[in-house]
Design a protein around this ligand. Structure first.
Ligand code: FAD
Length: 407
């Protein structure tokens, strides 16, 4: 067993860290405060060093190394999480390279891949996921948006809520992998499908945006579909298999979500440790008090455990797609749900502990810690699946289906 990253992965990490420290980190507060969206020059710069292309195959304009897509995505998003503590840019990126580059690559038709993937690799388009509806997000099987097949089109009617990148995919182009009901008589086993829906290319779509507590540079909102026609070439995977495809997509997204949270947590811990070395109380630096240093050590240990688990989960997904049959879906579900259960809560705890080390200064907007806490809370609240849902997945796939309440 070799825990080292490859020389290509190390070079990629170095390039992304250098870019992020120089250009991204200094803009974090601006992205948060001006609520101005993600600056175009940062998107271009990150695209130039291969961040948007790291999950897109070369033949579609990307720079993915086959069989290592998620490992590279993990590295990129971790670095972005460290640098952009408002969490807007890491989320923008993880959705675009996860639900975009990675998911579209495996599930879209050839025609759709040729249209969408090159635009994602250059950073021109943004991408996301539209599952949640006003009636609820945890119970994915209860999705109600209907897509009726008419000739070579699906006609959509319904509504989605709490969707990230609603404004971005209209302003920049792009869209969402959207879960719909194609056969209401069949339920989740055969009745659901996924479609790539691009608001700028279809009729009958309207959107709203919400005022969130964090990730201020990124929009969250909802869509309505009224007789919205989507060409059948945008079907993702097989008709009727949408629920299962969506669960696989969630595994991909939950890896990069966890990377963003751990990257932010790592930076918060560093900020706290640096401050503790400089700040004196009772004639000594704070770092000399075990009440401070033991807490930092405990957070470091939890982070290190979770980083290792995440590296494994990313590698498992890469191996699953590169060598069919190498892992079962259940094995991947468990490894990923463990990370998504722990990483957001841990990141919120580490950010909170860091604020405590910085004392009054930590509570001001002169320190970036409060942005990190507000940002990672989106993933504690539920984005890409709430903590209890991760526990349901783990108990179901480890102990058996007797542990699932089917209502
Ligand atoms: C900032 C943000 C961005 C988001 N972006 C997207 C997006 O891009 N696309 C998208 O589709 N969705 C998105 N979501 C929605 C997210 O996926 C949902 O919030 C999440 O799935 C939870 O759904 P809900 O909010 O409807 O809560 P509910 O499903 O109503 O759950 C509320 C609470 O009850 C708990 N709960 C529910 N069922 C059970 C159970 N069986 N046992 C124990 N506890 C349970 C949950 O854990 C949660 O704590 C986003 C959410 C946020 C906050």
């Amino acid at each position: 067993m070799d825990f080292r990253t490859t020389s290509e992965q190390q070079l990629f990490k170095k390039a992304v860290r250098e870019y992020c420290e120089k250009y991204v980190a200094p803009r974090s507060r601006e992205i948060d405060e001006k609520e101005a969206g993600i600056p175009d020059d940062l998107i271009k710069g990150l695209a130039d060093i291969g961040v948007f292309g790291c999950t897109v195959p070369e033949k579609y304009g990307g720079c993915a190394l086959p069989g290592q897509e998620m490992q590279f995505a993990n590295i990129a998003i971790h670095e972005l999480g460290r640098a952009e503590l408002s969490m807007s840019l890491p989320v923008y990126m993880l959705l675009t390279i996860g639900w975009g580059g990675e998911f579209i690559q495996y599930y879209a038709t050839e025609e759709a891949k040729q249209e969408i993937l090159p635009k994602l690799a250059t950073g021109d388009w943004s991408w996301g996921i539209a599952v949640t509806e006003p009636g609820g997000g945890s119970d994915v099987a209860a999705v109600k948006t209907v897509a009726t097949k008419k000739g070579n089109k699906f006609v959509l009617n319904g509504e989605k809520a709490y969707i990230s990148q609603v404004a971005e995919c209209q302003a920049r182009g792009g869209g969402h992998c959207t879960l719909v009901v194609t056969d209401p008589s069949k339920g989740l086993r055969g009745g659901m499908s996924m479609l790539a829906v691009m608001p700028n290319q279809v009729n009958g779509m309207a959107s709203t945006t919400y005022k969130d507590m964090g990730r201020m540079g990124l929009s969250t909102g909802g869509f309505t579909y009224k007789d919205t026609e989507v060409d059948a070439k945008y079907l993702l995977g097989k008709e009727g298999r949408g629920f299962y495809h969506c669960m696989e997509g969630f595994n991909v997204a939950r890896v990069v979500v966890s990377s963003a949270c751990l990257g932010a947590a790592e930076k918060c811990l560093e900020i706290a440790a640096d401050y503790a070395k400089q700040r004196t109380a009772f004639n000594r630096p704070l770092s000399k008090f075990q009440g401070i240093s033991f807490d930092l050590a405990e957070d470091y240990v939890q982070l290190d455990f979770c980083k290792l688990m995440l590296q494994k989960a990313a590698w498992m997904i890469d191996t699953y797609y590169a060598e069919p049959g190498s892992f079962t879906q259940k094995e991947i579900n468990i490894a990923v749900a463990e990370c998504k259960l722990v990483a957001p809560l841990l990141a919120a705890d580490v950010a909170k502990h860091a604020i405590m080390v910085l004392g009054g200064f930590g509570y001001t907007k002169q320190s970036p810690l409060e942005m990190a806490l507000r940002g990672v809370m989106s993933y504690v609240a539920g984005a890409e699946g709430a903590a209890n849902i991760m526990k349901i997945i783990i108990s179901r796939d480890v102990f058996g289906s007797e542990f699932v309440d089917k209502g």
